[in-house]
Design a protein around this ligand. Structure first.
Ligand SMILES: Cc1cc2nc3c(=O)[nH]c(=O)nc-3n(C[C@H](O)[C@H](O)[C@H](O)COP(=O)(O)OP(=O)(O)OC[C@H]3O[C@@H](n4cnc5c(N)ncnc54)[C@H](O)[C@@H]3O)c2cc1C
Length: 318
């Protein structure tokens, strides 16, 4: 049974935020902040602009025993229809910026939009990060799950990650943390907020870079449901090989289980790419959750493989 935030706790928090001039918004529909366009109303979103504000906010959360969850671009989560038992923490201000601090060395804020930022960086003549220009969401969220596609993974390009853990800012190289396919220790431990990263890229040929950007964009457009509200792949690909020694993809298992196109309420297992669930309009979090449970159950029955969710529930569902 979930417990609502107590009104007096929220009032205390708001007094503290006002004292330190930390921006916040009350009663915000989270649906507009998610790529699924699903989610209920949050009592409070706190949006710190800089490191000093983050310390004040985290102190207040600790002193007042406020549960909170970090939201980025909202492209890898399923937000609860009733997200009223926690406060939302979302980076803003300084974290929306990036800059080239030396030739080829970029410092990129956790609240930057990955698609335009990595397209712009590539078009400045630096190569290696073109694949990131096709992934939605924010850089902080991309670090958390080591986002990747077309053979590339974000953390292979990163030289430093700045994050706050236990009230202290730390900087680590990827080699100093645990990470792998769509995984980092941050995802497992949930005790850190990614503030920014540093990345080093090689200078490249602009014509080849433009071709690479277009190639990745074309691949994306041909393999994904276009203009549909989704959170990308719902399940990670299992680490299992088929009889020819090729890795089995989650979509193949969902397809073989006969689930392509199944509808629940306003949600559908995409007929075009069946590892996507799409919001046909008016879908609730419970509809998507029902379909993802159905997939897990049927795929396990037909293949013996238990799929692992990539898209996280944000709040309690149902
Ligand atoms: C159409 C579509 C295609 C996609 N294709 C791909 C793909 O090819 N490859 C891929 O890897 N992903 C893909 N995704 C998934 C998603 O875009 C990425 O995982 C993205 O990097 C998530 O970032 P976000 O900011 O949206 O995270 P959110 O969805 O906001 O959050 C995801 C998780 O990260 C946490 N989080 C977010 N920001 C921070 C932070 N600063 N500090 C600490 N925790 C944080 C949240 O609490 C949550 O647990 C796709 C999604 C869509 C909608």
């Amino acid at each position: 049974m979930k417990s609502m935030l107590i009104e007096s706790q929220l009032q205390e928090l708001i007094r503290g935020l006002d004292k330190f001039s930390v921006p916040y918004r009350k009663d915000v529909s989270l649906a507009i902040l998610s790529s699924f366009k699903i989610g209920g109303v949050s009592p409070l979103i706190v949006e710190p602009n800089q490191d000093s504000e983050i310390f004040e906010v985290l102190n207040l959360f600790r002193q007042l025993d406020i549960p909170y969850r970090v939201l980025g671009g909202g492209s890898n989560i399923l937000i609860s229809d009733h997200p009223d038992d926690f406060v939302v923490f979302r980076l803003s201000g300084d974290y929306k910026n990036y800059e080239m601090i030396e030739p080829g060395i970029f410092e990129i804020g956790g609240a930057t939009n990955t698609t335009p930022v990595f397209r712009q960086i590539s078009q400045k003549g630096f190569t290696g990060a073109e694949f990131l220009s096709t992934i939605p969401g924010w850089t902080g969220g991309a670090v958390i799950q080591n986002a990747g596609c077309y053979g590339g993974e974000l953390l292979d390009l990163v030289s430093r990650i700045d994050f706050v853990r236990d009230g202290v800012i730390q900087s680590k190289k990827p080699s100093e943390i645990e990470y792998g396919y769509r995984f980092t220790e941050f995802l497992r431990d949930k005790d850190s907020i990614i503030l920014r990263i540093q990345m080093q890229l090689q200078a490249g040929n602009l014509i080849e870079i433009e071709e690479s950007l277009k190639d990745k964009r074309d691949k994306r457009n041909s393999s994904q449901p276009e203009n549909k509200k989704s959170a990308g792949s719902i399940f990670r690909n299992p680490k299992v090989l088929d009889e020819d020694g090729k890795p089995i993809k989650a979509w193949q298992l969902i397809d073989r289980a006969g689930l392509r196109g199944v509808i629940q309420g306003g949600a559908q297992i995409s007929p075009e790419h069946c590892n996507f669930i799409v919001n046909l309009g008016g879908a609730k979090a419970v509809d998507v959750h029902y379909l993802s449970e159905l997939i897990m159950e049927k795929v396990e029955k037909t293949s013996g493989i238990l799929l692992e969710r990539e898209v996280e529930n944000f709040g309690t569902i149902p």
